[in-house]
Design a protein around this ligand. Structure first.
Ligand code: GDP
Length: 460
């Protein structure tokens, strides 16, 4: 059968491995008829059962009729389902083997395996959610801190989409008015029309500017902040890393694909997921390797959202040969071991002024809260907001919003040129609306959808 976008797709919606329950979800035209083939003919037909009901049955293989599992079947009918399509959820026993057999039986009954994010993609295509909400589903699943999860939840509720829609409507109204009066000469235009039209763009463009500024926060919450710990051997890097990890255990640890040339761990500090990188792992005895190690450490420091550069306060030569900070505004100089007498010169000047200097002891815990506050401040994040109150945008949104801003500002400038600027202004405003449409999915291409949904897991 040709797949026209409504063909029934199926996937395991729960993680593989041991667990109490495994859920196989089937969505698309004929999903319930697939259920008919999986239960005894003596039972009422799955495809004839009412929406939002469930029943218990033995799952049979559609060809061999071998019993596979005991399961609960949940019935959803279009459009009242996650995807907006007819959907059947089968909740069987957890466990890698039994859930695999359940999925195989569903595929043998006529479904095909869903691709990554295909259920959510269908939900978007069927108008169940806009693109920002679809992206929020992925962010929510991947959230590595409570604050990131709250932020994703806010977006899933449609807050960002509604703000974008409001900006879209405001710009579209101005654009429509300008297009309507395109054929008029300057003298024939309603008095103050052009100035008013330009002024009416101020508010939506201000919202756009404001949203663009949330990108940094959004990115830190989504991807985690890269915090690189550097300093001479014995400065106390491993001790600080271990202390931060102990105090701020992350829910999720090692990230797949992490490079092995440094030690990377995850933790959550004031709701912000941090990727802590200890460059200590780079130290080798052989000179050539050491040089390579230092080059890599510098590369990490260059990429960092924050660099914690450690200097041992009890070492009289601690400040000797201090390396240049790749970005002083993103650097905290941490003077360690303050439980020991300081052997640094009483006054010293630094080649560059870091964003903050904090004196700590991991042994006694002295000043560790001050270091945490400094980390949060230098990352530019507000104190651990218990509730997410404003949407934050992703890189994709910010790029589109930048286009909106440039086109909007150009449109405003054309409007102030008088009647002859109106044609160009109309064009700029149309482009601005199109860029806004790409954010929420009013305007989309297969390529854009591929890029967004390939980040999803299969089964969502
Ligand atoms: P690294 O080489 O930079 O990773 O440094 P380490 O974390 O391995 O620490 C080097 C030495 O300093 C170890 O013997 C630690 O126990 C000690 N050390 C680390 N932090 C402190 C501290 O706050 N106070 C004291 N007194 N010793 C510390």
């Amino acid at each position: 059968m040709k797949d026209d976008g409504t063909f029934p797709i199926a996937a395991l919606a729960t993680p593989p491995g041991l667990g109490g329950i495994a859920i196989v979800r089937i969505s698309g035209d004929g999903a319930l008829a697939i259920g008919d083939k999986l239960v005894s003919d003596r039972l009422p037909r799955v495809s004839e059962r009412p929406a939002n009901t469930f029943f218990h049955a033995t799952v049979l293989h559609p060809e061999t009729r071998e019993p596979i599992d005991d399961a609960i079947f949940l019935i959803f009918r279009a459009p009242q389902s996650y995807t907006g399509e007819e959907t059947l959820e089968i909740q069987g026993h957890g466990g890698g083997c039994v859930s695999k057999r359940l999925l195989e039986a569903v595929l043998a009954a006529g479904a095909r395996l869903a691709g990554p994010g295909e259920f959510t993609q269908r939900a978007f295509l069927n108008g169940r959610m806009d693109l920002t909400q679809a992206e929020a589903v992925c962010d929510l699943i991947h959230a590595r801190s409570e604050r990131a999860a709250r932020q994703a939840r806010l977006q899933l509720d449609g807050l960002l989409g509604r703000q974008i829609d409001a900006v879209y409507d405001q710009i579209l109204t101005v654009s429509a008015d300008v297009e309507h009066l395109l054929d008029f000469d300057e003298g024939e235009l309603p008095e103050t029309f052009l100035a008013d039209a330009a002024r009416r763009l101020d508010a939506p463009l201000e919202t756009v500017r404001h949203l663009i500024l949330t990108r940094h926060e959004g990115q830190l919450l989504r991807d985690g902040a890269l915090v690189v710990i550097s300093g001479k051997p014995n400065a106390g890097k491993s001790s600080l890393m271990n202390t931060l990890l102990r105090q701020n255990r992350a829910i999720v640890h090692a990230r797949p694909g992490t490079t092995r040339d440094v030690i990377e761990e995850s933790c959550v500090l004031e709701g912000i997921p941090l990727r802590l990188v200890d460059t200590a792992g780079l130290r080798e005895t052989d000179d050539e390797i050491e040089r390579e190690g230092i080059a890599r450490a510098k590369a990490w420091m260059g990429q960092a959202d924050l660099n914690l550069h450690l200097v041992d306060r009890s070492d009289p030569h601690g400040l000797a040969a201090l390396p240049p900070f790749p970005d002083p505004a993103k650097t905290i100089l941490v003077l360690t071991k303050c439980d020991l007498p300081s052997r640094l010169p009483e006054t010293f000047s630094l080649p560059e002024q870091p964003a903050a200097v904090v004196t700590i002891s991991t042994l006694t815990g002295e000043n560790l809260p001050a270091l945490q506050t400094a980390i949060r401040d230098v990352l530019g994040l507000a104190p651990g907001a218990a509730e997410a109150t404003h949407p934050t945008v992703s890189l994709r949104h910010a790029e589109a919003l930048q286009t909106v801003l440039e086109e909007g500002v150009a449109g405003q400038a054309d409007l102030t040129r008088g009647a002859e600027g109106m044609v160009l202004a109309a064009l700029h405003l149309k482009n601005a609306c199109e860029a806004l449409g790409r954010i929420t999915g009013r305007v989309y291409s297969d390529d854009l959808l591929d890029r967004i949904f390939s980040r999803f897991c299969v089964g969502k």
